[in-house]
Design a protein around this ligand. Structure first.
Ligand SMILES: *[C@@H]1O[C@H](CO)[C@@H](O)[C@H](O)[C@H]1NC(C)=O
Ligand SMILES: *[C@@H]1O[C@H](CO)[C@@H](O)[C@H](O)[C@H]1NC(C)=O
Ligand SMILES: *[C@@H]1O[C@H](CO)[C@@H](O)[C@H](O)[C@H]1NC(C)=O
Length: 900
């Protein structure tokens, strides 16, 4: 829309004239968009052609049209137009004329016009987007400068009663910038657009009426426009604000789009703030400076939003009140390398006798209380009571269901998503370049942690099959099981199943989750039984069987050595404690120690299945308190006096987290504020998720306080949550947990999702496994969460049931990358997140992520270790800071270090 004839402007031309030229150019876009609302594209093109045939004003126009070459436009034209302008009432006619005007000033063929209209949709080659018809950059810039300086007049002129047009004008203004923006993008970058949720991309490919907004190829819905209302006139108008926000009320800096355009390819990548002005634009040296896309609008929320922010702040503060954090972060401790990393040099199974302490503990109301000695009365580590917790949880749930808060959070999340897209649009190439520039690193040799995997399903099915066959061949006479009153050898077991080693194949093994398991957790769990036979599961996948879990230990060691061979893959395995008897802990620990199960690539989490109702009906438990006793008493015993369970003491050094698992979709009663205490819970119903969560949390909290005070490792609460079921699971996890596995249901609650974003709570998502159980792959919210900047990682869950290859974690990344078109930068970022979320020690994280990994923002990122460009980290960090500033009305002070 900027004409090639700019060189012909004489210096005397008044700024008003230029303004008119600009206005008309801009209006053309606007009006055409407006127009297209009513008519189809083709119609408008026909209209243009028609117009071309019968020129309304002058013959010259005819000439221009006939001539395919660029032709200078003469000044008088514009004057004429101007004079007629005000007197002209007929809108149609005026539109025609303006269209003509546009035709003239562009002097381009209709094809060009068509391209202009479509040019911004991502489906066309980028060449179209460039202003290739321009040659003289210098003039161009001057022209633009002049144009921009006269935009104020335009603004006033326009806002006199023509609101609709005014609005479009602004859109068109940003559109201009889009052309410049789009210029450096190669088709490769366009791939990023594929990351946008598939629906958006497919359903609205080229709708012309979206055109003005669609430079990100995603329509900005009318709701997000609401944002504009809240922007004060003096906001810090920055580069993208002209694109995302069609700001009407900022007359001082009306066209950031125009000014922040630039010439060289390199400069196109500099996201300069508007304030730096055009003179800075040509500076090539800015290429090396990482300037994140500054998306701040410095919004000052209006009163309603102020209230919403207040509520959100309350929620965040509630979380701070509950979540357990060590008093001193590991990096603050002096002797971190010796105290936290003994396993590298030492024997991991070495037991140093530790003197017991005087501490005395007692279960009270389902929570262990610790006293400094038997006679003391002061509770050393007080923890919030259950009534307090349920009250807070209800408060949180009430906030998250308020309409105002919901829509506000929804808007913020949408904004986050758009910011990310804009970031990609501008910086994708540069991110890729800096990845290329990082020596040695690529996706294959960055550390990635499988943050969520169940130990009993950690091998893939082929591996298990091979293992079973080899056992049948090598140890057929091993007595493995006691069934129906007699001891059976492995050979006899297979004979009783009418199977030989030759018969066995993966299909017969039948452990793979398939379409029958979708939404059928019961069937899914049956799949844990090889060949549908619980006795094979008993023999091969259990720790507490006749052979003391020897087979499971052997296959585990094979898996661990595969893991070590891959070197860059780590895993956090979940092993079960059921809470049926207190000796479970010692059994588990001795299984580990006796079989020598240890790997530097693995740490362990404890998972507690929420099966109270089952034990209650079986008679193994009489009240919920029994389960809590069985799970937590041994932990306190070993902490106070390690010599009471030496093996457990050693094993706990490898345990980094505590998980609660089971089918969340089972119906449950939402807890009220006053729940019966665990010892009163004697009915046969399973307590609700949040009831389990609170009691696990509270006991872990005291346990960790005690362990920390004694210099021992701590155990974080990292439950399964939000895979299915009610939203209150996520609410309770928000208050209590370090991070969670799954979180798929966050898509149902914008408020909680936004809170999870603000608190940067880690989500270990498993799109493949959930594919077979609860959410179809393409509906998985992972890509949306990732774009919005939630703290997500990918994990495998159950390779035995889900995955087909030898490297399930890579398979998981690979499928995600293929389906959602993640770039190498994206998957490296996800891998980096996974290391942060994991429970590996500070010392190894230093080694894996760089020796400042605990700093926030780009300072904490080392591209030579993580292969994530600082640009990406800066973008994430700045965006997060902006959101926090928004919520805290600019009054938040950011810590330098990450949460620990
Ligand atoms: C822009 O305006 C300046 C003064 O305001 C003038 O010197 C310059 O020639 C103008 N440029 C163009 C291209 O008209
Ligand atoms: C606790 O009190 C009893 C008597 O009340 C006393 O014999 C014992 O020594 C006290 N123990 C400690 C650790 O103070
Ligand atoms: C993501 O979560 C983990 C804990 O789960 C945390 O350590 C890490 O700092 C978080 N990432 C960010 C960017 O805050």
């Amino acid at each position: 829309m900027v004409s090639s004839s700019s060189s012909s402007f004489s210096p005397e031309v008044s700024s008003l004239q230029l303004a008119m030229a600009a206005l008309i150019g801009a209006s053309f876009m606007a009006i055409s968009a407006f127009y297209i609302h009513k008519r189809s594209v083709d119609q408008i093109l026909d209209r243009l052609i028609e117009l071309g045939k019968k020129s309304p004003k002058t013959k010259r126009i005819q000439r221009v049209y006939n001539d395919e070459d660029e032709i200078e436009v003469e000044e008088e034209e514009e004057e004429e137009e101007e004079e007629n302008r005000d007197s002209d009432d007929d809108e149609e006619e005026e539109i025609d004329r303006i269209l003509w005007k546009q035709r003239l000033s562009n002097s381009r063929s209709f094809d060009d016009v068509r391209n202009l209209r479509y040019g911004l949709s991502s489906s066309l080659p980028n060449a179209v987007l460039t202003n290739y018809w321009r040659s003289n950059e210098e003039d161009e810039r001057k022209f633009i400068d002049n144009r921009s300086s006269s935009f104020n007049n335009l603004n006033n002129l326009q806002s006199n009663g023509r609101d609709g047009i005014m609005h479009f004008y602004n859109n068109a203004g940003s559109r201009t910038s889009q052309e410049f923006l789009a210029r450096p993008l190669t088709p490769k970058s366009l791939v990023h657009n594929g990351l946008e949720s598939v629906e958006d991309f497919e359903e609205e490919p080229l709708l012309p009426d979206e055109d003005d907004n669609s430079f990100l190829s995603v329509p900005i819905d009318s709701k997000s426009m609401k944002l504009h209302d809240s922007i004060p006139a003096n906001y810090d108008s920055t580069f993208d604000s002209s694109g995302v926000v069609n700001d009407v009320s900022a007359p001082d800096k009306p066209n950031g789009a125009m000014v922040s355009r630039s010439h060289g390819d390199a400069n196109l990548l500099d996201n300069q703030k508007l304030d730096t002005g055009p003179t800075h634009i040509a500076r090539k040296d800015l290429f090396d400076i990482f300037m994140p896309l500054k998306t701040t609008l410095h919004e000052r929320p209006n009163r309603e939003e102020e209230e919403v922010c207040l509520l959100l702040r309350q929620c965040l503060e509630l979380r701070e009140k509950y979540v357990y954090r060590e008093n001193a972060a590991p990096w603050m401790k002096e002797s971190v390398l010796e105290s936290n990393f003994p396993m590298v040099n030492n024997d991991p199974f070495h037991y140093d006798p530790v003197e017991p302490t005087e501490h005395y503990f007692r279960m009270e109301e389902g929570v262990v209380h610790v006293y400094s000695n038997k006679n003391a009365t002061e509770d050393l580590f007080p923890v919030a009571t259950s009534t307090e917790f349920f009250t807070d949880m209800h408060h949180l749930l009430r906030i998250s269901s308020l309409g105002d808060v919901r829509s506000a959070c929804h808007h913020r999340l949408r904004l986050l998503e758009e910011k990310y897209r804009l970031h990609l649009l501008v910086n994708a190439d540069r991110e890729f370049l800096s990845q290329k520039g990082a020596p040695h690193r690529d996706f294959y040799n960055v550390r990635k942690v499988d943050t969520h995997i169940h130990h009993s399903a950690c091998m893939n099915q082929k591996h298990l099959l091979r293992f079973i066959k080899s056992k049948l061949r090598k140890e057929p006479d091993e007595v493995v099981i006691f069934r129906d009153g007699k001891y059976l050898t492995l050979k006899e077991v297979f004979a009783s199943l009418d199977l030989t080693g030759y018969d066995l194949n993966v299909d017969l093994l039948d452990v793979h989750a398939d379409k029958n398991t979708f939404h059928r957790f019961d069937k899914f769990n049956l799949k844990y039984n090889p060949c549908g036979q619980s006795r094979l599961r008993e023999i091969f996948l259990k720790q507490d069987n006749l052979i003391q879990g020897r087979f499971l230990a052997e296959v585990t060691k094979e898996v661990l050595s595969d893991l070590e061979a891959s070197k860059y893959q780590m895993a956090e395995y979940r092993v079960s404690i059921y809470g049926r008897k207190q000796s479970e802990w010692d059994q588990l620990a001795s299984w580990f120690i006796n079989n020598g199960i240890y790997s530097e690539n693995a740490v362990w989490l404890i998972q507690l299945p929420r099966l109270y109702n089952v034990y209650r009906t079986m008679g193994t438990a009489t009240s919920f308190q029994n389960i809590l006793d069985n799970v937590f008493i041994p932990l306190f015993e070993v902490t106070v006096d390690p010599s009471s369970h030496p093996q457990l003491h050693v094993f706990l050094k490898q345990v980094v987290g505590f998980d609660i698992v089971d089918d969340e979709s089972k119906p449950e009663r939402r807890p009220t504020k006053h729940m019966p205490s665990p010892s009163e819970w004697t009915n046969e119903f399973n307590p609700a998720y949040s009831y389990y969560a609170y009691y696990c949390y509270a006991n872990l909290y005291t346990l960790n306080k005690l362990r920390e005070s004694k210099g021992m490792s701590t155990i974080r609460f990292r439950p399964h949550c939000g895979e299915a079921g009610e939203i209150d699971h996520l609410a309770s996890a928000f208050l209590l947990c370090h991070n969670i596995a799954h979180g798929v249901n966050l898509r149902k609650s914008p408020v909680l999702q936004y809170l999870y974003y603000l608190a940067q709570i880690g989500l270990a998502m498993t799109p493949l496994s959930n594919n077979s159980l609860f959410v179809d792959y393409h509906k998985n919210p992972f890509p949306t969460f990732f774009q919005r900047g939630l703290n997500v990682s990918l994990s495998t869950d159950d390779p035995l049931l889900i995955h087909l290859t030898k490297e399930p974690l890579v398979e998981e990344y690979s499928v995600a990358a293929q389906v959602w078109k993640l770039t190498s930068c994206d998957i490296c970022e996800i891998a980096r997140n996974s290391v942060y979320q994991s429970g590996f020690s500070h010392a190894v994280k230093l080694h894996w992520l760089g020796n400042k990994y605990y700093k926030r923002g780009s300072e904490g990122n080392d591209i030579h270790k993580t292969n994530v460009p600082s640009l990406r980290i800066v973008f994430r960090h700045e965006t997060w800071k902006e959101e926090m500033q928004y919520v805290y009305s600019g009054k938040v002070k950011f810590p330098e270090d990450i949460d620990h």
